[in-house]
Write a protein that binds this ligand. Structure first.
Ligand SMILES: Nc1ncnc2c1ncn2[C@@H]1O[C@H](COP(=O)(O)OP(=O)(O)OP(=O)(O)O)[C@@H](O)[C@H]1O
Length: 258
């Protein structure tokens, strides 16, 4: 299978006031195949967001490299679409024009941009909401609009940094389902960062567990279950709890309980 994303011995240090650099992640090596959905879980502060930021080209690694479709990432680029917990929709633009935003710096007519945006809007089940403004939408709908905006630029890789964590439990389940369906249909390679172990099991083909800072890979778990495109169906499978328990053990949460 074609490799879409590759981390080679990736290490990131940040300068600190005390002089000694802080190592956020150390020697992280793994690959993600084209069309695969991979999650990264790990304790708070272990460098998960730093890993995504380097994939998006927002930070340069201290050593090692990130490759997207075999090309080293040297800065922000169109091959990678990034979505955060906060939707970052522009409040003064309606939904369709928010989805078009990333296309405006590219060649193409206004009509073509509109057509592309409407396609993604429908794919993310927002038909009829194109002329509404972000404040008129629920949190879940805003996240769907943010996904539509990410897909509109047709990136090779989608990076999701805790996109569901600010939502209530039911909205979260429905949105996980809707994202999983849309992502499977688009065939996009996806890297998700999450604190939610069940979410990782419900949505992924594989999961990497990072240690406490400096984040290093301590486990790789293949989720050998059907319905990756339908987490609500996975949710009722008894194996999900077993996978979540495996992740729990790797994170050594029991030992940290006080
Ligand atoms: N720009 C920066 N400058 C200095 N230190 C940073 C910077 N970005 C992150 N760090 C530090 O690197 C470490 C890893 O941060 P990061 O945000 O990647 O962790 P995380 O695993 O995503 O955390 P959380 O799960 O709590 O969101 C933290 O100790 C953080 O303080």
């Amino acid at each position: 299978m074609a490799m879409a994303l590759e981390f080679r011995n990736l290490t990131k240090q940040f300068a600190t006031n005390s002089g000694a650099p802080l190592t956020a992640i150390r020697d992280v090596t793994f690959t993600v195949n084209a069309g695969e959905f991979v999650s990264v879980v790990g304790p708070s502060g272990c460098g998960k967001s730093t890993l995504l930021s380097m994939t998006a080209g927002l930070y340069q690694p201290t050593s090692g490299e990130v490759l997207v479709s075999g090309e080293p990432v040297n800065g922000p680029n169109d091959h990678v679409g990034f979505m955060l917990q906060k939707d970052l929709l522009l409040p003064w633009r309606n939904i369709v024009s928010n989805i078009e935003f990333g296309l405006e710096s590219r060649p193409g007519s206004k009509a073509e941009r509109r057509e592309r945006a409407m396609f993604e809007l429908r794919r993310c089940h927002l038909d009829g909401f194109e002329n509404q403004y972000p404040y008129q939408l629920s949190g879940g709908m805003r996240q769907r609009a943010a996904l539509a905006r990410t897909l509109a630029i047709d990136p090779e890789i989608i990076l999701l940094d805790e996109p569901f964590s600010a939502l209530d439990a039911q909205t979260k389940l429905l949105l996980q389902n809707s994202f999983a369906e849309t992502i499977a249909e688009s065939g996009k390679t996806t890297l998700l960062i999450t604190h939610d172990l069940a979410e990782a099991v419900l949505m992924s083909d594989r999961i990497f567990v990072l240690s406490e800072r400096p984040g290093q890979i301590v486990a790789e778990i293949r989720v050998d279950l059907p319905n990756r495109d339908h987490p609500l169906k996975r949710r009722v499978m008894p194996e999900v709890a077993d996978y979540a328990a495996q992740l729990f053990r790797h994170l050594k949460l029991e030992e940290k309980a006080i």
